[in-house]
Write a protein that binds this ligand. Structure first.
Ligand code: NAD
Length: 327
């Protein structure tokens, strides 16, 4: 009988981390989740606590990280990820991308584990090419409000690549484009939960600027499949994973109004500093290297996500202010 592989997933109580835990449990791995719950929620993984092949450590990965026993893989997904989060906790954001990544690379080296890091389309900043291929170096303002996130992620890629080239560590870098699905927080400030939350509360949907800026939304199951394939590939350079189906924010708002069967209006507020005007992944590499492309259409994915948000307790839907559940 083959021995069970062990994977450490940081950010396990968050949106993406919890879906990754589910996937690796399904593939019969031993899963060790780690999270300090700064933006995560234990409810996302509470169904796993009864399993003998799941363990959880409540720990800040910006501090020294140790886990006993063998480790085959580390997936580093811990980081504040929405603009509201990283503007509220900028230093922790910089630390988890830099010190946290350094700690986990050290652990990966000690355990001879393969490490995959969650990078982001934000490394491209406000891009001057569309769609964005991996070869594009980006247009990032290091001292703007988004710099804490974008530069943490750029540093994270740089140090990961240095461990690969200098120490020969097995590393993988996924550049994730906007992903959505159940377990997102309704109040995390990202456009999709923001629109659905506003529709559920009967409020107008807020667009920033004239709404002509574009985004491309990937359903979480598609993303998880891409990450799973990348981890098991032999490719150490960054790979974009996202859905190239691009839409303007205004059209997206109209889609949400139709989906929720409400008759809300769109209202416009001033555009925030350094807001990217266009966002669409070039997924040529993922297709060629991993045989991957997204399968879930936006209409299908949105229906599932809307049902999830509708099923939340009413007080969460009505609660508009941003909160850290555990802080
Ligand atoms: N969701 C997306 O569309 C998207 C896009 C690009 C990149 N990413 C990346 O994917 C990862 C997960 O994002 P998400 O959307 O699931 O966000 P999330 O906020 O739901 O999850 C992040 C998790 O990390 C935990 N965390 C943060 N700092 C920590 C620390 N120092 N120690 C331990 N745990 C810590 C949080 O408590 C939370 O559970 C992040 O690295 C993010 O940058 C996400």
């Amino acid at each position: 009988m083959a021995t069970r592989k062990t994977v450490l997933i940081t950010g396990a109580a968050g949106f993406l981390g919890s879906h990754l835990c589910d996937r690796f449990i399904k593939e019969d791995y031993k899963v060790i989740g780690m999270d300090n719950l700064i933006t995560g929620d234990l409810r996302n993984i509470e169904h796993l606590f009864k399993l003998e092949n799941f363990e959880f450590y409540n720990h800040d990965v910006s501090k020294f990280v140790y886990v006993p026993g063998e480790l085959d893989y580390i997936l580093h997904f811990a980081s504040p990820a929405s603009p509201i989060d990283y503007l509220k906790i900028p230093i922790q954001t910089l630390k988890v991308g830099s010190l946290g990544t350094h700690n986990l690379l050290g652990l990966a080296r000690a355990k001879k584990a393969r490490m995959l890091i969650a990078s982001t389309s934000e490394v491209y900043g406000d891009p001057s090419v569309n769609p964005q291929p991996e070869e594009y170096w980006g247009n990032v303002n290091p001292v703007g409000p988004r710099g804490v996130y974008d530069e943490a992620k750029r540093f994270q890629e740089a140090i990961t690549m240095a461990y690969h080239t200098f120490h020969g560590l097995e590393t993988r870098i996924v550049r994730i484009f906007n992903t959505y699905g159940p377990r997102m927080r309704l109040n995390d400030g990202r456009v999709l939960p923001a629109f659905i939350g506003q529709a559920l509360r009967g409020e107008p949907l807020t667009i920033f600027g004239d709404g002509s800026q574009t985004r491309s939304f990937c359903y979480v199951d598609d993303l998880v499949e891409g990450i799973y394939r990348l981890l098991h590939s032999d490719y150490a350079q960054p790979v974009n994973i996202g859905n190239p189906d691009e839409i303007t924010i205004r059209q997206f708002g109209e889609e949400i109004i139709k989906l929720t069967g409400t008759d809300q209006k769109l209202i416009s507020l001033p555009l925030p500093t350094d807001d990217p005007k266009q966002r669409r992944p070039d997924i040529t590499k993922a297709k060629a290297l991993l045989g991957w492309e997204p399968k879930v259409s936006r209409s299908e994915g949105l229906k599932i996500t809307y049902e999830y948000f509708k099923s939340l307790p009413e007080k969460e839907i009505l609660h508009k202010d941003f909160t850290y559940y555990n802080k």
